[in-house]
Design a protein around this ligand. Structure first.
Ligand SMILES: NC(=O)c1ccc[n+]([C@@H]2O[C@H](COP(=O)([O-])OP(=O)(O)OC[C@H]3O[C@@H](n4cnc5c(N)ncnc54)[C@H](OP(=O)(O)O)[C@@H]3O)[C@@H](O)[C@H]2O)c1
Length: 381
């Protein structure tokens, strides 16, 4: 690709569903990406909760080595990072980045480095790593919501480190996976539109639950079904509690300019606090005691020609997530299955709002959105 090509090195945190899907997507398509865009994507380090694998110059470029790793990560069950030759127990997540930044400086070939956070790690772990890369003039792409949901002061520092307009940091997949949610808001803002409100169903699990309730299935049965189909986390309270949706809402609220903290988001959990400390089987057994309450809410909504949906409602001043009654014959009311639906109300899209709809989860889809973010940054690097 001649003189205009650029080397973009990836330091990836997280080797779960999304991490492995991304590794496969990049590895299989690296030469096509190079031929089409002149962007030479190279994995430099892979990191999970305990282990790091630094890829040296030879292995980072060798299709044989990458193919071998890929086959292992895609095996059933997948091989772990710690089982790979050269994997080491990491001293800390920050030290992995420091090693790679040192090498980048020593190489002195003008390569760019992207921290890719597809981990489930907390904000206290990942925010310092991302900020350190950004402060060094490097780049970051996040599917992990948590680093964007820490204290507002840390969030602002991280954005400031990313440069004006957060142009070295992308996080499209934190809200609605590969659906264009963050990029829609930023494009509207760039066009000098004013975004008043973003409303969305941001949980496939809760969308499934509410559409089953609407079909007359009891609450306990609907939760059981969702768990059996693999739509919930192993502990369904991780979905029913609403915190994951609240994080997405907070990310949008902050994008709209709010200074809210996660604790300021009004969250309606779909189970009472008394059930929080039970073990998972105990929780599942206790669910029928909630059936009458949710059946009553479904009936009350039906009497008004409405149905229940678990919605996030975000404005620059406020942020709430919970069950809402919506007209049966509205975009939210017509929504079935696990799709996400996001409605943007703006000065220009006021009478007839702008709508984005589609699947908002899944490892492969999320990985595709992360790759699009990486290439979006690499094009301008
Ligand atoms: N799956 C989706 O549909 C989707 C959609 C949008 C966004 N996301 C977000 O993307 C991220 C990954 O999702 P996933 O489904 O791949 O989750 P996952 O399968 O649970 O994998 C999480 C990975 O993070 C690793 N990890 C935990 N702590 C770490 C640390 N301190 N440093 C480096 N790695 C660490 C885990 O390591 P171990 O293997 O050692 O435990 C694991 O490999 C999450 O933040 C999730 O919220 C997921």
């Amino acid at each position: 690709m001649g003189g205009s090509s650029r080397v973009v090195e990836l330091v990836q945190y997280g080797m779960g569903g999304v991490g492995r899907a991304l590794f496969g997507l990049v590895t299989r398509n690296a030469s096509d990406i190079y031929n089409r865009l002149g962007i030479d994507l190279r994995y430099r380090a892979l990191v999970d909760s305990r282990t790091a694998l630094h890829l040296d110059e030879n292995s980072a470029l060798s299709p044989q080595h990458l193919g071998h790793l890929l086959a292992g990560f895609q095996a059933n069950p997948p091989e772990r990072l710690k089982d790979q030759a050269g994997a080491v127990e990491k001293p800390s997540d920050l030290s992995v980045l420091a090693t790679e930044l040192d090498r980048l400086r020593r190489d002195d070939r003008g390569a760019r480095l992207v921290v890719v956070d597809v981990s489930g790690a907390s904000e206290t772990i990942m925010e310092p790593v991302i900020s350190a890369a950004l402060r060094q003039g490097q780049y970051a792409v996040l599917a992990n919501k948590r680093p964007l949901c820490g204290p507002i002061a840390d969030y602002r520092q991280m954005l400031a480190a990313a440069g004006t307009g957060a142009n070295r940091l992308r996080y499209e997949t934190t809200v609605g996976a590969a659906l264009p949610v963050i990029s829609t808001v930023t494009a509207l803002q760039d066009a000098q539109d004013r975004v008043f409100q973003v409303n969305g169903t941001f949980s496939g699990t809760l969308a499934y639950l509410t559409s089953r309730l609407e079909a007359g299935v009891s609450y306990s049965q609907a939760v059981r079904e969702a768990k059996e189909k693999g739509f919930t986390e192993p502990d369904p309270r991780d979905d029913l509690g609403g915190v994951d949706v609240a994080r997405k809402a907070l990310i949008l609220a902050r994008l709209l300019g709010s200074s809210l903290e996660l604790k300021d988001v009004q969250i309606e959990a779909l189970y009472p606090a008394e059930l929080a400390d039970l073990d998972i089987p105990g929780f599942m057994e206790s669910l029928p005691q909630l059936d009458a309450e949710y059946a009553g809410r479904v009936e009350e909504a039906a009497r008004e020609g409405k149905v229940l949906r678990y919605l996030a409602t975000v404005t620059p001043e406020s942020c709430r997530v919970g069950l809402e009654k919506v007209a049966k014959d509205s975009p939210f009311g017509r929504l079935q299955g696990t799709n996400n639906l996001i409605v943007f109300r703006t000065a220009r899209y006021d009478q007839s709002p702008l709508i984005v709809q589609g699947p908002g989860a899944g490892a492969e889809l999320t990985a595709s959105g992360v790759l699009a973010d990486i290439l979006g940054l690499a094009r301008r690097a």
